[in-house]
Design a protein around this ligand. Structure first.
Ligand SMILES: CC/C=C\C/C=C\C/C=C\CCC/C=C/C(=O)SCCNC(=O)CCNC(=O)[C@H](O)C(C)(C)COP(=O)(O)OP(=O)(O)OC[C@H]1O[C@@H](n2cnc3c(N)ncnc32)[C@H](O)[C@@H]1OP(=O)(O)O
Length: 305
C-alpha cells in the first residue's frame, strides 16, 4: 500500500496527469469484461485514512473516511482516495460506490488548511494537483456514486458530496454543508463553482458562494444541495435502496447520460489544469491570504476554549 501510494503521488506530481481511468466512457462496465472470463474477485481493503468494503453480491463498494479528528483532506488522504477509487474503477464487479464517514458528526471538514499555510510553492503545487485529481476522478467516475453525508461537510467536503450522483444527508440541523470558502477569505475555484451550479443552479450557487453559506441539513435540502434527508439510523438502509434503484438501469445508458451532463465542466479543468495550479499557488502565497487562513485556524482553536 505504501509503495502504491508513493507511486501514485509520484505520478501526480511528476507527470502532472494521471492515466484517469475511463473518464465516463461510452461503454458499460459489463461490456468491458471479456466474454467467458469470471468476475475479478473483490476484497475489502483498508488503508490508513479510508476503509473500503466491497459487497460482491450487489456490486456496491462502501468507502468510509476514517481520518480523525475531522477527515480533513490532506495530501495523504487525497492520494489514498485516488488509489481507492482507481482500484474500484478497475474492479469489473464494482458498479456503485457509497461514500460516507466513520467519524461521528463529521463527513469531511474540507481541504486541510494546514496544507495551504506557510508551505513552499512546490508543496502548494503538489497539493493542488492532488485536489484536482480527486475531483477529476470522482466527477468523471462511471460508477454510480452516492454520498451519505452523516455529518458536517464544509467546502472541500461539500465538493465531494456535490460530485456524486446523489446525496442523502442525516436529518440533523446541527450538521451543515456548503461551499464556505468566502468565510475563510478565499475563493472557490471555477470547477468547485461549476460543480455547485450543476447541482443547485446559478442563483442559489451565486448567493451561497458570495456569502460562503453553510446550510443546516433542512435548508440544504430546501436549496437542493442534498437530495434527501433521512434519520441517521436509517441512512444505511436508504443508501442501499437508492443504490439499487440507480443500478437497475443499464450501465451504458446511465453512463453516457452522465458523461453528456458533466463533460463540459470536466474538459474545462483538463484544458486549464496548469493554469489553475498557478492561480492557486500565487493566490495562497499572498501574505493577505496567509493571514486570513491563519486567523481562521486561530478562530477554530479559540472556539474550543
Ligand atoms: C483571483 C483568484 C481566483 C481564483 C482563486 C484561485 C484558487 C483558489 C484558492 C483557494 C481555494 C481553496 C479551496 C478551499 C477549500 C476548503 O475546503 S478550505 C477548508 C474549509 N473548511 C472549514 O471551514 C471547516 C473548518 N472546521 C470546522 O468548521 C469544524 O472543525 C468542524 C465543523 C468540521 C468540526 O467541528 P468540531 O467537531 O467542533 O471540531 P474542531 O473544530 O474542534 O476541530 C478539531 C481539530 O481539527 C482542526 N480542523 C478542523 N477543520 C480543519 C481543516 N479544514 N483543516 C485543518 N484542520 C482542521 C481544528 O483546528 C481542530 O484542531 P486542534 O485544535 O484539535 O488542533
Amino acid at each position: 500500500m505504501a509503495a502504491a501510494a508513493a507511486t501514485l503521488a509520484r505520478r501526480i506530481t511528476r507527470s502532472g496527469v494521471l492515466p484517469l481511468c475511463r473518464r465516463l466512457p461510452v461503454w458499460g462496465r459489463a461490456a468491458r469484461r471479456p466474454p467467458g472470463l469470471p468476475l475479478a474477485p473483490c476484497r475489502a481493503f483498508s488503508n490508513k485514512k479510508i476503509q473500503v468494503d466491497m459487497n460482491e453480491s450487489s456490486g456496491v463498494a462502501t468507502m468510509k473516511f476514517k481520518s480523525p479528528p475531522v477527515n480533513s483532506l490532506n495530501l495523504d488522504f487525497l492520494t489514498e482516495f485516488c488509489i481507492s477509487l482507481e482500484k474500484l474503477e478497475n474492479d469489473r464487479a464494482c458498479r456503485g460506490i457509497i461514500i460516507t464517514s466513520a467519524i461521528p458528526k463529521i463527513f469531511s471538514s474540507g481541504l486541510d488548511i494546514t496544507e495551504m499555510c506557510g508551505k513552499s510553492t512546490e508543496h502548494y503545487t503538489e497539493f493542488w494537483r492532488a485536489v484536482q485529481e480527486m475531483w477529476l476522478r470522482l466527477y468523471s467516475s462511471n460508477m454510480v456514486t452516492l454520498a451519505v453525508v452523516n455529518g458536517s461537510s464544509p467546502a472541500g467536503g461539500c465538493l465531494i458530496a456535490l460530485s456524486c450522483d446523489y446525496r442523502i444527508m442525516a436529518d440533523n440541523p446541527k450538521y451543515t454543508i456548503g461551499l464556505n470558502e468566502a468565510q475563510l477569505g478565499i475563493v472557490a475555484p471555477f470547477w468547485f463553482k461549476d460543480t455547485f451550479v450543476n447541482v443547485v443552479g446559478q442563483r442559489v450557487a451565486e448567493r451561497s458562494l458570495q456569502l460562503g453559506s453553510l446550510y443546516p441539513a433542512p435548508e440544504a435540502l430546501k436549496f437542493g444541495i442534498v437530495d434527501e434527508l433521512v434519520p441517521e439510523e436509517k441512512l444505511q438502509e436508504k443508501a442501499t435502496a437508492v443504490m439499487a434503484q440507480w443500478l437497475a438501469l443499464p450501465d451504458h445508458a446511465r453512463q453516457i447520460t452522465k458523461s453528456m451532463m458533466r463533460k463540459a465542466v470536466l474538459d474545462l479543468l483538463v484544458a486549464h489544469r496548469e493554469e489553475d495550479i498557478k492561480n492557486f499557488t500565487s493566490f495562497v502565497s499572498k501574505e493577505s491570504i496567509q493571514k486570513s487562513l491563519r486567523m481562521y485556524m486561530e478562530m477554530l482553536k479559540k472556539k474550543k476554549s
